[in-house]
Design a protein around this ligand. Structure first.
Ligand SMILES: *Cc1c(COP(=O)(O)O)cnc(C)c1O
Length: 232
């Protein structure tokens, strides 16, 4: 049976190998541990092994963990966010990956405590225009990015995508390549971005090949989730 320590070592090795294979600078891809539905003790365990960034999808599940764990942990919210649930994200998280509406952005900006640094945000892009996936259309992303620039308590860091699962490596790469191209266009417009949040347990190599800077890994670190919790 795999322990969390073994899984962490395996994921770190996969990231390092992919950096080498695809000519990415060493250490340019960060590991975000997706701890949705996992018990506090497992997060504690992983934190003791040196993992300091965690991502959660469900507020009810996340808030007690945030209250109990090491205050040095960096918390990322990666679940869908409704406008009536923005306050706990503004107050307790460091990052939001799933921003796709100005209305939500304005609420987060108003609710961000002024003694905290700005909330780091990534715009979630539905890069393949998949009707079953959330995220903003690629051609609407630049407008939202401009609007965010007027919100001082948010800091736009980059783009995130959650593509349809594919087994084929070339098919995995395609949406990541398109997100990277969009990211470069925004950088050329003058946006100072440093984060491409893409890649999960089954497609992290494809994402790293296409420029990911942050892979979001759940099952690869914690083992399989119960099937009812597998999808969002
Ligand atoms: C659950 C989840 C992940 C992690 O997926 P794994 O396949 O378990 O690595 C990554 N990103 C988002 C948005 C998720 O909801």
């Amino acid at each position: 049976m795999n322990t969390i320590a073994q899984r962490l070592a395996q994921i770190r090795a996969r990231i390092t190998q992919a950096e080498q294979r695809y000519q990415r600078p060493p250490g340019s891809v960060k590991l975000l541990a997706v701890s949705k539905t996992r018990p506090l003790a497992e997060l504690q365990n992983l934190n003791n092994l040196g993992q300091s960034s965690f991502a959660e999808n469900y507020l009810q599940d996340a808030l007690p963990k945030i209250a109990k764990l090491n205050s040095a942990i960096v918390w990322h919210f990666i679940g869908p966010l409704q406008s009536n649930k923005t306050r706990p994200v503004a107050e307790h998280f460091h990052w939001l990956h799933t921003l796709e509406r100005l209305k939500i952005a304005r609420r987060l900006n108003d609710q961000r405590p002024t003694d905290l640094p700005p909330l780091n945000v990534c715009i979630q892009v539905n890069i393949s225009a998949d009707p079953n996936k959330s995220g903003l259309a690629a051609d609407a992303t630049e407008d939202l990015a401009h609007e965010l620039a007027a919100l001082p308590h948010l800091r736009l860091r980059g783009l995130m995508t959650l593509p349809r699962r594919h087994n084929d490596f070339e098919q995995q790469r395609q949406p990541f390549r398109e997100l990277h191209e969009l990211y470069i266009r925004l950088c050329q417009q003058g946006f100072e971005l440093d984060t491409l949040s893409m890649g999960m347990t089954d497609d992290l190599e494809a994402a790293i090949a296409e420029g990911s800077t942050l892979v979001r890994i759940g099952t690869g670190l914690f083992g399989p989730r119960k099937s009812s919790q597998e999808t969002l």
